[in-house]
Design a protein around this ligand. Structure first.
Ligand code: G3P
Ligand code: CA
Length: 232
């Protein structure tokens, strides 16, 4: 079964990385939800950019604002910026959660945050995939959380990609749809890696990556993506 991850939630229809975008994705019955995580002054916030300006009515850098300040902003539809805890509480065990670490600091604190939610039964270990373009960060996280699935995030196919994935103990490779081909996808799958590709919205693009044999896609329109996959 091809897995659909709602990219920043159902962000084609709702504000990206918002609780409403996540709720909409859950209603569609997605396999998983991809979200961007950043450190703010006293917590972890769900927002893509380092700066507040593009997606909210606030100004300045995310890292300088507190959780309470971020929650008071309008990040679309009058919603504030959620914290990671808001996300765990909302999603619970309903779908997989792919956290893409953007500018995420104090990783010890982040690891404790994850462990606490697992121990309290709010989420399950098997639901979580951690990804980042910062592969040093991923390697560190895998040491601290050996059970966690690592999504090796990359734009194009790295040279010696099998070694790259092996060194990260990657579960999956998350790769830009514009850089993949049939041979790569098949070879990676034979090596036991899952191939998830981003960001795939148009029917033609979805069908093209399905032909290549990908395991899953990230889409801003998960409802549409699921319909295309079901008809394929
Ligand atoms: O995780 C896949 C994709 O979201 C990476 O790029 O810029 O959309 O966070 P970006
Ligand atoms: Ca992302």
């Amino acid at each position: 079964m091809i897995q659909v991850f709602a990219h920043r939630g159902a962000s084609g229809m709702y504000p990206e990385n918002s609780l409403s975008a996540i709720s909409a994705a859950l209603e569609v019955g997605v396999h998983g939800i991809e979200l961007d995580v950043q450190s703010c002054r006293d917590d972890y916030a769900i927002i893509h950019d380092t700066w507040l300006d593009r997606t909210t009515n606030g100004k300045g850098m995310v890292k300088n604002a507190s959780r309470v300040e971020l929650n008071k902003l309008d990040a679309g539809n009058g919603e504030g910026i959620p914290t990671l805890q808001d996300v765990f509480n909302l999603v619970g065990k309903q779908a997989d959660i792919n956290l893409e670490l953007k500018h995420t600091y104090s990783l010890d604190k982040f690891v404790n945050y994850i462990e606490k939610n697992v121990q309290e039964g709010i989420i399950e270990r098997s639901q979580l995939i951690l990804s980042s373009f910062d592969h040093h960060q991923l390697a560190w996280l895998k040491q601290k959380l050996p059970w966690v699935k690592i999504g090796a995030l990359t734009a194009s196919i790295p040279l010696h990609y099998a070694e790259f994935a092996q060194r990260l103990h990657a579960y999956s490779i998350h790769i830009d749809k514009n850089f993949i081909n049939h041979e790569f996808v098949q070879d990676a799958k034979q090596r036991g890696l899952k191939i998830y590709t981003y960001t795939v919205d148009k029917q033609q693009d979805i069908e093209q990556v399905l032909e290549m044999g990908v395991n899953g896609i990230f889409s801003n329109y998960p409802c549409h993506a699921k319909m295309v996959i079901n008809k394929w």
